[in-house]
Design a protein. Structure first.
Ligand SMILES: Cc1cc2nc3c(=O)[nH]c(=O)nc-3n(C[C@H](O)[C@H](O)[C@H](O)COP(=O)(O)O)c2cc1C
Length: 499
């Protein structure tokens, strides 16, 4: 092919010379064809891409198709049960709930009941006539003086910088309308988190963005200024994130605009790498005293930690220390390994951390074993989309849930997997002004609120169908999983319940 290209090119040039000599009015042929020839020659001589080197010009077609592979798959080729991390059925649930559209589905389920791993809930012969539950939970141990009444579904942390200004604003507006909390993520507390007055969970990560010293360490004064703000209801210390546990966070240089650099106290246009570890604490005792310090600085607001479960013995030791010292966080947010991110290292994205179902079961059991279950609330995040997902988490022991990507779908996310490239087609995870403008805050804040409201309504109906009048009756025995071709087990049997 390489030799063929050179021979064809020489012949083409000769043919063009002859044609334009004989028929000068066909000069434009050279104008059209020569750029292709130049591209082909570039391919021929370059050394980094073997396909383009072997197939000059034509190799570009394969490269182009490879780049568009995901978009074509997502939009044209996949059927309703396919697509990752979320399939079309999951996305459609959010799109419809966000749009307040037709709640029904025709014909029958497309999720096969005979597949190993398939799960469902069990309904009652006598559905409840009425479900009376405000779907709120009070977060705040006896060590905190300003407990917070939280929705059982909140917006998970997504930093300003990983998501755009309009996305942050739409989330803030939606959270205010529907009455749930917006977690800032680790990128600081910005004016966009205050625009509509929604409740805020202020998150600090290892970069201490928004409250860092020049050297990148924790700055108590800057923290206090934010923590005492009236919309800030809780504080969350991010220890690790499901998509990249044990690794630091990355904000690509392209997304580090002047404004973001200002909010984060960093240099504009540089890649921002938050370290994997905290500089404010390095063991359980130090963590406990840091939590106490933040609680004091925030005037007694609930302070929690967010982590993805990794080494179980370490987690158990940490909880044991909480119990021995009778000093602990007000909540623990567990992020499943299947959790999302704006950008992550590949090893940590694919192969690190415990999945959310096992992790919530383990965290709940450990807290129960150390008699801390009443003091420390448990939040869960990891592909929570539907009311059934919420039920599973509560059945395993979570008190409340977080959703990040579900809420992104409410903003119109199409799962194009471009969050780390600054080319998000829906204006959610990009800083490019023209793309950000495509996300209309007034419209999307209503959609976010609708999604939340309709999911809570669906949860109410789901409880009713199980014959439960409120969520105190939620139990593992009402969830079934197919474990092989002929057998099923309830969650109660699989995750041997601690009664
Ligand atoms: C674009 C994006 C940005 C995120 N940024 C943060 C962050 O700043 N801090 C954090 O703790 N988690 C962050 N996460 C993780 C989410 O908070 C959440 O824990 C995880 O995505 C699981 O929820 P999901 O499955 O509903 O998306 C981010 C996730 C996404 C998709």
């Amino acid at each position: 092919m390489r030799k063929g290209f050179i021979i064809t090119s020489i012949m083409l040039v000769l043919a063009l010379a002859v044609i334009t000599f004989l028929y000068p009015f066909l000069w434009w042929l050279a104008f059209v064809l020569l750029p292709f020839l130049v591209l082909g020659l570039i391919d021929y001589f370059q050394k980094s891409d073997n396909i383009r080197r072997t197939y000059p010009l034509f190799g570009r077609i394969t490269n182009f198709l490879e780049k568009q592979r995901h978009v074509v798959q997502e939009t044209v080729l996949l059927n309703r049960t396919e697509g990752k991390p979320f399939n079309w059925i999951q996305k459609e649930i959010v799109y419809k709930r966000a749009a307040n559209a037709n709640k029904s589905q025709p014909f029958g389920t497309q999720i096969p009941y005979d597949e190993v791993g398939r799960e469902w809930f069990t309904h009652s012969i006598y559905p409840a006539k009425e479900v009376i539950d405000d779907f709120r939970v009070t977060v705040g141990s006896s060590l905190c003086s300003q407990p917070y009444s939280s929705s059982i579904l909140n917006l998970a942390g997504m930093s300003y910088g990983s998501i755009s200004k309009n996305a942050t604003l739409a989330f803030n507006g939606g959270a205010k309308i529907a009455g749930f909390a917006q977690n800032t993520g680790e990128g600081g507390f910005t004016p966009y988190h205050q625009e509509y007055g929604a409740d805020i969970i202020f998150q600090i990560g290892t970069g201490y963005f928004g409250c860092r010293t020049e050297e990148g360490n924790f700055d108590p004064e800057k923290f206090q200024e934010i923590a005492l703000h009236e919309v800030v209801k809780m504080i969350e210390i991010k220890i690790s994130q499901g998509a990249k546990p044990g690794f630091g966070a990355i904000l690509p240089a392209k997304k580090n605009t002047k404004e973001i650099a200002k909010f984060r106290d960093v240099e504009k246009g540089t890649e921002i790498l938050s370290p994997p570890h905290h500089s404010a604490f390095g063991n359980d005792e130090e963590m406990i005293s840091f939590i106490g310090k933040l609680r004091k600085l925030s005037n007694g607001k609930p302070v929690g930690i967010k982590l993805c479960v990794g080494q179980k013995d370490e987690f158990e030791r940490m909880v044991q220390t909480f119990a021995e010292k009778q000093n602990y966080p007000d909540f623990i947010a567990i992020d499943g390994a299947e959790g999302g991110t704006g950008a992550a290292h590949m090893e940590s994205l694919h192969w690190a951390g415990l999945a959310i179902v096992e992790a919530v079961h383990f965290a709940h059991s450990t807290l129960t074993k150390h008699k801390l279950r009443d003091e420390i609330k448990l939040m869960a995040a990891g592909k929570i989309i539907s009311a059934f997902d919420i039920y599973r988490m509560l059945a395993l022991g979570a008190d409340a849930c977080y959703s990040a990507r579900g809420m992104m779908f409410a903003l119109g996310c199409v799962q194009s997997l471009k969050c780390n490239l600054d080319t998000c087609p829906t204006g959610i995870t990009t800083m490019v002004p023209s793309r950000v403008e495509s996300l209309v805050v007034e419209d999307k804040k209503t959609k976010v609120a609708n999604y939340h409201k309709n999911t809570m309504e669906a949860f109410r109906e789901l409880l009713g169908s199980m014959g439960l009048e409120n969520r105190t009756g939620v139990h593992r025995k009402y969830i079934v999983r197919r474990i092989n071709e002929t057998e099923t087990k309830t969650y109660d049997e699989i995750y041997n319940s601690l009664k």
